[in-house]
Design a protein around this ligand. Structure first.
Ligand code: BT5
Length: 252
């Protein structure tokens, strides 16, 4: 999978205590002309965000980081986001004894609960890849601040997990999957489909001004979700929130 033209991501590193959002700091670095690969990592975020401006709870005990990419060319940004999801899932498994699944578009799940999220944003002429992983956040804090749909690597594996080990694995897998994305994205689609916990399940898909219900049929070649409606029509969904009915298969 490795091709020689992409340097290992993660240099230089900006390590911070508390910050609003690591994506904002990485965006400032991008605007200042900092090269591809720069990494911003913080102990806590006071204004961490998810997609559509939703809050991302980021207390001590998580890996909150952003990597600056300057992709010259490649398949769609949607596929790049899926590639990051695969990288995060692999990093979680490399760092501790869990099985990680992916829920479209970019939730990383362990035992049906969200352990990590991915947020790609354009800033300063670059793509900022934000990754949040719940590493060792205590169960009480997870439940109180985020709710029962979240878990942490510590909770899911039953063992202490080292944040820097997760970070090292993430940078390794991110470098590899960024290269795979640049090489055409076919491997990204395959890897993502192998981890798909949404396919074959009933799902409610919410988009601005429209909510659809149907059966998720996996992703197409552009990384769009295929949703079969009760009429038999298949809709391609590019950007939306997906709620899967029932519980995903055990193990992921
Ligand atoms: C995401 O958004 O899942 C993307 C999260 C990206 C966070 C990283 S941290 C480093 C970088 N800096 C940032 O400011 N952001 C990135 P979305 O799919 O919209 O999911 C958001 C939803 O996940 C929220 O509405 C909550 O329901 C839930 N949530 C919030 N915090 C969570 C957490 N720590 N763990 C699990 N779920 C959480």
């Amino acid at each position: 999978m490795r091709r020689p033209h992409v340097e290992r991501l993660g240099r230089p590193i900006v390590r911070l205590g508390e910050v609003g959002s690591t994506n904002d700091v990485a965006g400032l670095l991008a605007a200042a002309g900092v090269a591809e690969g720069a990494l911003v990592v913080a102990d806590r975020q006071s204004a961490g965000r998810g997609r559509l401006g939703r809050p991302w709870v980021s207390p001590h005990g998580g890996l909150w980081c952003s990597v600056l990419l300057r992709p010259a060319r490649g398949p769609s940004r949607g596929l790049l986001s899926l590639a990051v999801g695969v990288a995060v899932a692999e990093a979680a498994e490399a760092a501790c004894d869990v099985r990680a699944g992916l829920k479209w578009p970019n939730d990383v799940l362990v035992e049906g609960r969200k352990v990590a999220g991915v947020l790609l944003e354009a800033a300063g002429g670059a793509v900022i890849v934000g990754v949040g992983v719940n590493v060792i956040i205590p169960a009480g804090a997870l439940r109180a601040d985020i709710g029962p749909a979240a878990t942490s690597l510590h909770l899911a594996s039953g063992r202490p997990v080292d944040r820097d080990r997760v970070l090292a694995a993430l940078l390794d897998r991110l470098t590899a999957w960024y290269e795979a994305w640049g090489a055409g994205g076919g491997q990204v689609l395959e890897a993502w489909r192998r981890r798909d916990v949404t396919a074959g399940r009933r799902a409610v898909v919410s988009m601005p001004g429209e909510t659809l219900e149907g059966v998720a049929e996996g992703i197409d070649g552009d990384g769009a979700l295929r949703l079969r409606l009760s009429t038999g029509e298949v809709r391609r969904v590019m950007a939306a929130d997906v709620q899967v009915m029932g519980h995903p298969a055990r193990g992921c």
